[in-house]
Design a protein. Structure first.
Length: 347
């Protein structure tokens, strides 16, 4: 895999071409159906660093178009359409300029894995019908999984209506991460190209601190890419379940990192507690950080209430029923005003 230094979106295309050459991606693309899977988390502008940058996506799309591929863009945001997120983020404009379709991941197809803990998934049909899936994650942190690199970004291949159920089937960080790893192993994208020109740390994936890593990472192996980027970010792999589980299952094969010399990026992880989500049930009340509504910031948009898979939030009374809360942090992820705080409950 290759990691390249790049601080300007205007130079993305030349750096991506350079990276593809370094990993030997010279595949014949004439007539191939290429699906670009960006991070379209929620309707935020490009400068928020919440979604894959439109210039970055446009650079990747132009490379594949020039090679004769038929290119499309698709994703499945949790509580919005891909079209609405693409419109706000600027990706719709890029798609229109390049005459490439934006597809909604709204038709699930059930697939079965031959082995694993989670062997039954529903994946969007366009993902399964593409000849080449190109995964375009954003370098960010995540309140539940701690990081949202290449593996986490592939959760968007599950249609939005099916996502909520996974928070009940895989209720803690470790189980949810295991599910993500097994899903990624099935989808097995042909390429993962990470947008790390700008990113986010702290309480990501939508309400953290904007950072400027200035990197682009490219690999045929999504697990190798996540493993290598974590090292660059100074993250202990044993601390992040996605990374640890991928290693334990043997999905991280031997790899060599080439490209520019990259200085270490000290990524600040979310403040959500790590012990409780591993399953320390007796201590859960004391060590877990639960979501809480910041009454001063809340505009009662309803995103948290409608998205909560446990039905634990009532905006009319501005309360969270902690007997129902499963600490999936979806409310924090989708709040447009950063009005969800993390607090320990001692009573």
């Amino acid at each position: 895999m290759t990691v390249l230094s790049n601080t300007e979106y205007a130079r993305c295309r030349e750096k991506i071409v350079e990276g593809l050459e370094q990993i030997g991606f010279v595949d014949d693309l004439k007539g191939k159906k290429v699906l670009l899977k960006p991070n379209l988390l929620s309707p935020r502008t490009a400068d928020s660093s919440v979604t894959t940058n439109p210039e970055f996506l446009g650079a990747v799309a132009s490379v594949f178009l020039q090679r004769g591929a038929t290119v499309s863009v698709g994703d499945s945001p949790a509580r919005a359409s891909a079209a609405s997120v693409a419109r706000v983020s600027g990706i719709e404009k890029v798609c229109n300029e390049l005459s490439i379709p934006l597809v909604e991941f709204d038709e699930p197809v059930q697939v079965l894995l031959e082995k694993g803990v989670y062997r039954r998934f529903e994946i969007a049909r366009p993902v399964l019908e593409a000849d080449i899936v190109v995964n375009l994650p954003k370098l960010k942190t995540h309140s539940l999984t701690l990081v949202t690199f290449g593996v986490k970004n592939l959760f968007g291949c599950v249609p939005g209506s099916k996502k909520q159920g996974w928070h009940f089937r895989a209720r803690n960080m470790s189980d949810f991460s295991r599910m993500l790893v097994e899903l990624a192993s099935y989808i097995n994208p042909s390429l993962t190209i990470m947008d790390g020109v700008e990113g986010m740390d702290g309480n990501g994936p939508a309400n953290g601190r904007k950072i400027y890593p200035g990197v682009i990472a490219i690999s045929r192996d999504v697990f190798a890419l996540d493993d290598a980027v974590a090292s660059i970010c100074g993250i202990k792999h044993s601390r992040v379940p996605i990374l640890r589980i991928a290693r334990e299952l043997g999905f991280v094969s031997s790899y060599e990192t080439v490209g520019d010399k990259i200085e270490r990026i000290d990524l600040v992880l979310p403040e959500t507690n790590y012990i409780a989500v591993y399953g320390a049930r007796l201590l859960r009340r004391f060590v877990t950080k639960f979501p809480a509504i910041d009454h001063k910031r809340c505009i009662k948009c309803g995103n948290c209430e409608s998205a909560c898979p446990a039905g634990a939030i009532t905006l009319e009374s501005m309360k969270i029923d902690y007997s129902k809360c499963i600490t999936c942090y979806v409310c924090h992820e989708l709040c447009p005003e950063n009005a969800i705080l993390f607090r320990r409950r001692l009573l």
